[in-house]
Design a protein around this ligand. Structure first.
Ligand SMILES: [Zn+2]
Length: 101
């Protein structure tokens, strides 16, 4: 078993889990239900974790995860209307609400 992915956001871990499972890779969740439960866990301990069962699948699983998490640090874009630079995660310009080209 190797740790593949962990996030404070259980939704993200769930999404990653679905994609890796769809590729035919067996995974296990840890701390899936820890949040909002056991009081003496630190927040970090309670993060849901996604583990790959067979270490031989690790590299393939990480490739899948890299391909979906790469969007998070994609390059910023520049608004065509006002020329302001916007974070890659924005679909609309923060300055003029112009739609992303
Ligand atoms: Zn703009």
């Amino acid at each position: 078993m190797k740790l593949l992915y962990t996030s404070v956001n259980p939704m993200l871990v769930g999404n990653v889990r679905n994609l890796v499972e769809n590729a035919g890779i067996e995974v296990r969740m840890k701390n899936e239900y820890a949040q909002g439960g056991i009081g003496d866990l630190s927040p970090l301990d309670a993060w849901p974790e996604l583990w790959v069962v067979d270490d031989a699948d690790y590299d393939r699983a990480m490739q899948i995860i890299d391909s979906i998490t790469a969007d998070e640090d994609a390059t910023p874009w520049v608004c065509e209307r006002c020329g302001e630079q916007n974070d890659a995660s924005f679909d609309y310009c923060w300055n003029c609400q112009g739609e992303r080209a």
